[in-house]
Design a protein around this ligand. Structure first.
Ligand code: F6R
Length: 251
């Protein structure tokens, strides 16, 4: 149910190895990409291993989970900039195959419809990476979002804006809204890896464990997914009973 590693570095080893195996077995795989602090060590390890193994990533297609409304690709806090800095800029990806929602799209509604449709045209996502918000959000699907939702515009909750303010300069406001893949877009993925590290994620992991599947804790939907794994470090797992998790060594 939960796979628990000693620390963030062993988590990064495991998740990056899973990504590498996907690329090896399916060089034209479609990956669902996440941003955020949790993913940084994972992408760093993936870059390192890809270089060591001289793996070709040019046939991969990626779809990012979300983007802030109002931030263009050149804004330092846009998720497009994050992806360039932490992953895309370091390896031989084919730019035409990298998809992110456009925070400056003229008609956001139309853009969202097109984004979900594009994912489906590419045959859906093979492996989706997810982080989780301290309120249980995945992508930017805040508590209460329908499990049937497709890509849409969302008003960010106060909790999420406070959590994400650490990435913005002191005098900068976290945008109030974002485009996100919907819950259905996410759960349509054939395989899902949700990663949570650090003690600030421990309370929401404990809630996940205690709760039934409910839209008020979005990531509980993973309990229904046939191939979803939850990867934690010891700190994030610290409020779970030890009997429900499997301790794993470094990859
Ligand atoms: C980011 C995303 C979010 C984050 C979540 C955790 O693309 O979709 O759901 O994964 O907010 O963020 P961190 O890793 O910064 O704690």
């Amino acid at each position: 149910m939960f796979l628990v590693f000693p620390d963030t570095s062993t988590v990064a080893d495991y998740v990056s190895s899973t990504l590498i195996n996907t690329v090896k077995s399916k060089p034209n795989a479609v990956l669902g990409a996440a941003t955020g602090g949790t993913m940084e060590p994972i992408y760093a390890r993936f870059i390192e291993k890809t270089r060591q193994l001289q793996l070709d990533v040019s046939r991969l297609t990626t779809f990012n989970l979300d983007e802030y409304v109002g931030l263009g690709v050149d804004h330092s806090q846009s998720y497009a900039a994050y992806m360039r800095e932490h992953l895309f800029g370091h390896l031989g990806f084919n730019k035409a195959r990298l998809h992110l929602p456009d925070g400056l799209a003229e008609s956001l509604e139309e853009h969202c419809r097109d984004y979900s449709a594009r994912m489906q045209q590419h045959g859906g996502i093979d492996l989706q990476l997810l982080g989780v918000g301290s309120n249980g959000h995945i992508g930017f699907n805040e508590p209460g979002t329908s499990f049937d939702s497709r890509c849409h515009v969302v008003e960010l909750s106060e909790r999420t804006r406070i959590d994400n303010s650490r990435f913005f300069a002191e005098d900068e406001m976290v945008p109030g809204s974002a485009i996100t893949m919907g819950m259905k877009d996410i759960t349509d993925a054939r395989e899902i890896l949700l990663v949570a590290t650090g003690e600030n994620k421990a309370p929401i992991l404990a809630k996940y464990f205690e709760s039934d599947v409910t839209e008020t804790i979005p990531f509980t939907v993973l309990k229904r997914h046939p191939r979803a794994r939850i990867i934690l470090d010891e700190a994030a797992a610290s409020l779970l009973p030890a009997s429900v998790f499997q301790r794993a060594a470094a990859a």
